[in-house]
Design a binder for this molecule. Structure first.
Ligand SMILES: C[S@@+](CC[C@H](N)C(=O)[O-])C[C@H]1O[C@@H](n2cnc3c(N)ncnc32)[C@H](O)[C@@H]1O
Length: 452
């Protein structure tokens, strides 16, 4: 067993989904952040647990051929990116392995794996940023959290975000500092301004600025609205979101439009869509379009078929399939997203789609009892996956195909396994990189009903 504070020479042989290198020392798995497969390094043991340990790379003795310069001044401190120190090719290889491993090891499933869909653009691809605020030397700053903490690492320009975000951020921060507006503290639950949240339509260029506050300070923000709307012609919506709770959830339920429109518009898979601040919208539009195209290829709906789009957000997936199908039935829990979905159908002249608000399992269960019988079910749940009740309701509906989309291959594999025990074969899986340079990866899964 490795000993704490001892330094061992070891070769990194794997990379975890959290972007940590793994080596074996005295038969034990040791996780070593910021290393690459093939690195031979001096590893100092920092913590030993029952069956694994954590180490720190004291020295890279022989660098891996995958290593590159990380080109970000805050990379080693900020928790956003985890894979900037390896080539993008190595990142895709790693992520493809993470997806495959999840299905084979967690799920005990051996589907066909389609070619991994890497991104063409690995920088400035995000359309959304949520910057927490903090106070440093008496001034408001903002940035991103350090790994596994809520300590703010000030960031002037994040390479994953559109360049204009840094400029807008600085304008908002200067305003906060000049007006001496107070910054929220999670520790004491005092202060007002919690986050600056920016969103930009990748195709439309329209920008939403959302100031997340603990209580209504619309009067103190009126001059900021003037300043922003005069300075940036692409800003078309300025919102104040009120989150009064002592929580680490970023957004509260209440949004007040301070200037411009309540939503921004963008194009997704050829559809013109509106997005509210509270609605989910994939952060990498270009890769989301490729993901949805793969989902459509897997669904391959016939013109007489009904598709249920569960966890549908603003309806983007279902609407991208509407022309090929007879009917789309979407279910989503956030009311503003359901409103967006209905409006998005209208905007695009889509008359064969309906959207319902509530828990996916509960509402879909009710719709089934009322006679809804989809041929295909698309599910795109949050990271934690579907509840087992929802898996049961989906399998009881017995669609001929299920297309599962997930940003968490581990829960996707778990849910696919549950479905495989309920009469479905897991036919195909495709990894899609929506989050280059970070540890996250998306996947899409095709399941089909086995003939009994
Ligand atoms: C990963 S997003 C997918 C959204 C949409 N399919 C898309 O691609 O834009 C997951 C969605 O599930 C919604 N959601 C979370 N829990 C839910 C539940 N229990 N029932 C229905 N929707 C839920 C979230 O609000 C979010 O819109």
């Amino acid at each position: 067993m490795p000993e704490k504070n001892q330094v061992y020479t070891a070769e990194i042989t794997g990379l975890t989904s959290e972007g940590s290198g793994v080596c074996r020392i005295d038969g034990m798995a040791v996780f070593v952040p910021q290393t690459a497969v093939g690195d031979i390094c001096g590893v100092k043991i920092v913590k030993v647990l029952k069956s694994y340990a954590f180490g720190k790379a004291e020295e890279i003795l022989t660098p891996s051929p995958d290593r590159i310069e990380d080109n970000c001044p805050v990379y080693k401190k900020c928790g956003g990116c985890l894979l900037r120190h390896i080539s993008y090719e190595a990142e895709c290889r790693t992520k493809e392995g993470i997806v495959r491993d999840a299905f084979e090891r967690i799920g005990g499933l051996f589907p066909e794996f389609d070619e991994f869909i890497g991104a063409e653009s690995t920088e400035r691809y995000r359309n959304k940023a949520q910057y927490p605020l903090a106070v440093r030397d008496g001034r408001a700053v903002c940035g991103f959290y350090a790994p596994r903490s809520h300590r703010v690492i000030p960031v002037e320009d994040c390479a994953l975000q559109p360049e204009i975000f840094s400029d807008i951020l600085q304008t908002v921060l200067d305003y906060i500092n000049v007006k001496k507006l107070s910054v929220y503290s999670e520790e004491t639950n005092t202060g007002i301004i919690r986050h600056i949240y920016l969103r930009r339509g990748a195709h439309s260029g329209q920008i939403m600025v959302c100031i997340v506050v603990r209580k209504d300070i619309s009067r103190q923000l009126s001059a900021l609205c003037r300043l922003l709307s005069e300075k940036y012609s692409d800003i078309n919506s300025i919102i104040m979101n009120i989150n009064p709770d002592n929580t680490n959830v970023i957004l509260g339920d209440r949004c007040i439009t301070l200037w411009g429109s309540d939503t921004i518009s963008d194009t997704m898979c050829g559809n013109n869509v509106e997005i509210s601040p509270l609605s989910f919208y994939q952060v990498n539009t270009v890769q989301a379009e490729r993901l949805y195209a793969k989902a459509l290829e897997y669904a391959a709906p016939g013109s007489s078929e009904t598709i249920a789009d569960l966890y549908c957000g603003a309806g983007t997936i279902g609407l991208s399939m509407a022309k090929q199908a007879a009917k789309i039935v979407g279910v989503e829990i956030i009311p503003q997203a359901v409103e967006n979905a209905k409006e998005n159908a209208l905007r695009n002249g889509i008359t064969n789609a309906e959207f319902h608000c509530g828990d996916a399992g509960e509402v879909f269960g009710k719709l089934r009892r009322q006679g809804c019988k989809p041929d295909i079910i698309v599910v795109d749940p949050p990271r934690k996956g579907c509840s087992s009740e929802t898996v049961d309701i989906i399998s009881e509906a017995a669609p001929k195909k299920i297309v599962m989309i997930s940003c968490n291959p581990a829960t996707a594999a778990r849910d696919a396994k549950l479905l495989s025990e309920r009469g479905y074969s897991v036919d195909k899986v495709c990894g899609v990189d929506l989050f280059p340079r970070t540890g996250h990866v998306e996947c899409v899964v095709l399941l089909s009903r086995q003939k009994s």
